[in-house]
Design a protein around this ligand. Structure first.
Ligand SMILES: [Zn+2]
Length: 447
């Protein structure tokens, strides 16, 4: 494998506390050197067949982004996305690690499927970390074998899209996942309150004549889960081996759910949460004239909920920005609102939206934005050697221009599907290079 020297750039590595001009040498898929400009062992070397040089003058170097909530649709739904196309989109968005949700066809509830997803034949551009199904076929009844799933490479368990409603089953899931050292990710939606609903309950649903999902459906389940974690954490001491359950709330969308997570953390519990860009930028108003590109689950909420997502990000209770990248083919979304599937794509717009709004508009320091998109999600799932660029870490790098404005066009997306509400939006912060384990997997064409 050849060596890569990135020189002339400014490194921001929040996990390592670095915010300074640095040259970086990548070798054999790892970070080999990080040094002041011109001070690496390669000095002012020239490019050769063994040495690739990336000129990062005027650009920022950061750890590759980590998305812990992505639907790659393989196996089974290759018409929406494949592992190859989804990870190509990820690379274009600056992501070098993606955690793939288990609601594939068949469901990822076995070591065989977990391994199939990671096989080189899938043609992934960036690292794929499968998340295993918590219960058989996501039915919320019978637990899968977590030890076997973990041995095959699973980094967490979830029934994403299908909340685990029964208290007794959720308790067993938390106990067994803790024993296997896995996080439990819950899609918090009490489906007993959301049957037949297709958007947020509120004035907009009333106006459009659609049935609305009440916010209680989300935070009621979050509160139930936190009660179970409280009980199982044994006053913070954990089980007999000292293991404490880790509950991660996926795509948090209501003010009350964020408040519940904030309180759980004050109580010393291992409870984390993520927010998707659409939930800190859009509201139910964006459903407009039954626009199915604004249909997702959890739905776009009220302005007060959106403001609570921003507040949660600014004050640190939100641990990660995750896209919930959910590709659907055009013909699937081009139906009546109530019949359209939930979800939007997000891998190529997450960085540009986060930098434009969280950083440039709302003044969150750039290091904190990058941390929410790399170091923190990597830590949350225990992805060792990811989300930082210290010597010895994986050579997962994003080289970008944080100031560059550009317009996102869905038609140019690398994803197989184009279902995004952000088509035509002006973003700030453009990826120039993405390197995954020492390999250039994306290079911007016209700069
Ligand atoms: Zn999802």
């Amino acid at each position: 494998m050849s060596t890569v020297l990135i020189r002339g750039g400014h490194l921001i590595d929040p996990a390592a506390g670095v915010d300074a001009p640095r040259d970086i040498v990548l070798k054999d898929g790892r970070v080999a050197e990080v040094a002041e400009p011109g001070k690496t062992s390669l000095g002012k070397a020239k490019a050769s067949s063994d040495l690739q040089i990336i000129d990062a003058k005027g650009l920022t170097i950061a750890p590759g982004l980590v998305d812990i909530h992505v639907h790659l649709r393989e196996p089974g739904q290759g018409h929406k996305e494949t592992i190859a196309t989804g990870t190509t989109a990820a690379a274009a968005g600056g992501f070098t690690s993606v955690a793939a949700m288990p609601n594939t066809v068949p469901t990822n509830d076995s070591p065989e499927i977990t391994r199939w997803m990671q096989a080189p034949e899938r043609g992934a551009s960036v690292r794929v970390f499968p998340i295993g199904a918590a219960t058989r076929a996501l039915k919320g009844e019978v637990l899968n074998d977590y030890a076997a799933l973990k041995a095959a490479g699973v980094v967490a368990v979830t029934d994403d899209g299908h909340p685990i409603l029964k208290d007794s089953i959720m308790r067993e899931v938390l106990i067994n996942a803790t024993r296997s050292g896995l996080s439990v990710i819950q899609h918090a939606e009490d489906t007993r309150l959301t049957g037949g609903c297709s958007m947020n309950a509120g004035p907009m649903a009333f106006r459009l004549g659609l049935r609305g999902m009440p916010p209680e459906a989300e935070y009621g389940l979050v509160e139930r889960d936190i009660r179970l974690v409280t009980e199982l954490s044994m006053n913070g001491k954990g089980d007999k081996n000292g293991h404490r359950p880790h509950l991660h709330v996926a795509h948090t969308s209501t003010a009350q759910a964020v408040a519940a997570v904030r309180q759980a953390r004050r109580n010393g519990l291992r409870v984390t949460c993520e927010v998707a860009p659409h939930h800190f930028l859009l509201t139910e108003e964006h459903v407009g004239a039954y626009d199915t590109n604004a249909k997702m689950n959890p739905p776009l909420r009220s302005a007060a909920d959106r403001d609570a997502m921003i507040q949660g990000i600014l004050d640190g209770v939100v641990d990660a920005i995750a896209t919930d990248h959910a590709p659907h083919a055009a013909h699937e979304k081009e139906v009546e609102f109530e019949r359209a599937p939930n979800g939007i794509t997000g891998l190529e717009s997450a960085l540009g939206l986060s930098l434009r709004w969280l950083h440039h508009e709302w003044k969150l320091p750039i290091g904190r934005v990058l941390s929410l998109l790399s170091a923190q999600p990597a830590a949350l799932l225990g992805l060792k050697g990811r989300g930082t660029l210290t010597v010895g870490s994986f050579a997962d790098v994003m080289v970008f221009d944080p100031k560059q404005e550009w317009t996102f066009h869905a038609k140019d997306s690398r994803s197989k599907s184009k279902n995004t509400p952000f088509d035509g939006w002006t973003m700030q912060g453009r990826v120039h290079w993405t390197i995954s384990e020492g390999r250039v997997v994306y290079k911007a064409e016209a700069l």
